[in-house]
Design a protein around this ligand. Structure first.
Ligand code: SAM
Length: 436
């Protein structure tokens, strides 16, 4: 139903819930209880937030209920008969109009905010006058545009009222530009608590949203990567944050190495690895607080070399036949490609006899591109950083659009692969957003 809310609500900056109460007139038919389940109502029923469209006729009638219709769809008895022919008899007998009282509770978040914001502030997308909001545990996270800021407290209050799991509403103050990739936040309503608990990839995560990076819009991408991991793979996450890749990987039975330059991320990554790690699992996890280059040089490459030796000495045939691999993850799209110079260094200097290595190394490195031909742009940039890798070792994949002309892409670089590895799924496009 298209609701016309009172125009007196426009510009309200302090929430007065009573002002949302209004009486509207809607069509109804009294229908025997047994017909209600079987009738095909199509889109004819009145659908409003927290509003019952089938209600008791009166306390004495046990045989009939009153069915309320959407006045935008049903304007006459004939409309009911056309839309729901099975209740023709009852429409003939009882079709009429009745007043109903709608209150603040009956409007969705979007309807309330649209009613409050002046018309020139995003008629079509009232709360997207920022870039929408995300839910992270008990936090609703807004990115409000300047023009909407005078209404930030009322918007936040509406969200607190309507979403019972939301206890804190925050607004992002600036674009992310810190090394740690966390947002500067302002708490605009609710409890001043930014330590959240949430779930992703069957794991639970806890972290201080004000101090670390977490983007729920990347959950599909992270799950996609987790889905191509196998038990006994070795995972090196260079920019691991609070562990959204390494935690589910460890749960799968991979040996994981998570690194981040932000001590706060490392603290929570450790908490999350511990909390999700089963005592029975025999795989190991390791956490580091190093610059990505140092992690690659001093931790990842020496361990990769020693794993190659170990699996040779182990049951070589078993490993040769398996689809196991070493995975290096690099999710810091602004600059991750530039860290590949250490891979180039490693490839050219320190690898003897690598043609006999058993475990392939797959690097998944994220980057942004604004070029017309994203893939060509990335391959050109890679050539200067990784001259010792062939074109056919590289695949590029679209991840999501982060701004009107800016895509996040994932580059996969496959090293030492003597076996046929599973193909990645074809490109999947995701909704545009501008949260990074
Ligand atoms: C975009 S976030 C990704 C975090 C995590 N992988 C995820 O998907 O949520 C990038 C992470 O890299 C870390 N970082 C930034 N510069 C770094 C560096 N030079 N070395 C290691 N980590 C770095 C940041 O602290 C941040 O946690």
């Amino acid at each position: 139903m298209h609701l016309q809310l009172p125009s007196s609500l426009k510009g309200m900056t302090k929430l007065d819930r009573d002002q949302f109460t209004q009486v509207v007139t809607v069509p109804f038919v009294n229908v025997p209880v047994e017909c209600i389940q079987t009738a095909k109502w199509k889109n004819a029923l009145l659908t409003l937030h927290l509003f019952k469209n089938v209600r008791d006729l009166d306390p004495t009638s046990k045989t009939h209920k009153q069915v309320l219709f959407d006045p935008d769809v049903i304007k006459s008895k004939e409309d009911v008969i056309n839309a729901v022919p099975s209740i023709t008899k009852y429409a003939e007998e009882s079709f009429d109009f009745t007043p109903i009282t709608l209150t603040y509770a009956n409007y969705s978040i979007e309807q309330v905010i649209k009613a409050i914001l002046p018309d020139d502030l995003g008629k079509d997308k009232p709360i997207n006058t920022g870039s929408g909001y995300s839910l992270i545990g008990h936090i609703a996270h807004f990115n409000l545009k300047d023009a909407v800021l005078p209404y930030k407290h009322i918007i936040a209050q509406v969200v607190l009222d309507k979403l019972s799991n939301v206890k804190t509403v925050v607004n992002k103050l600036h674009e992310i530009d810190s090394v740690y990739r966390n947002f500067e936040l302002e708490i605009i309503a609710g409890e001043p608590n930014t330590i959240v608990k949430c779930r992703e990839s069957k794991a639970t995560f806890q972290f201080d949203f004000a101090k670390v990076y977490w983007n729920p819009r990347l959950s599909t991408e992270r799950e996609r990567i987790v889905n191509i991991l196998h038990r006994d793979d070795f995972i090196f996450d260079v920019f691991a944050g609070v562990g959204p890749f390494v935690v589910p990987a460890a749960m799968l039975g991979c040996t994981v190495y998570g690194n981040d330059i932000n001590p706060e991320s490392v603290k929570w990554m450790t908490v999350n690895l511990k909390a999700n790690h089963s005592k029975k699992s025999r795989n190991e996890y390791h956490v580091f607080n190093l610059d990505g280059r140092e992690f690659l040089r001093t931790i990842a490459f020496p361990r990769i070399e020693s794993y190659q030796q170990e699996v040779k000495g182990d049951d070589e045939k078993k490993w040769c036949l398996s689809s196991n691999k070493i995975v290096i993850l690099m999710n810091l799209p602004d600059i991750a490609l530039t860290f590949l110079d250490v891979v180039s260094e490693w490839l050219s200097s320190s690898i003897d006899g690598s043609e006999q290595w058993i475990l392939p190394v797959h690097i998944h490195c994220y980057t942004f591109s604004k070029a017309d031909n994203r893939e060509e742009d990335i391959r050109t940039r890679l050539k200067s950083i990784l001259p010792n890798v062939n074109d056919n070792q590289i695949t590029c994949r679209f991840v999501r659009q982060v701004a009107p002309n800016k895509d996040m892409m994932c580059v996969r670089i496959v090293l030492f692969d003597n076996k046929k590895n599973e193909e990645e799924n074809p490109t999947k496009r995701f909704k545009q957003d501008s949260s990074e």
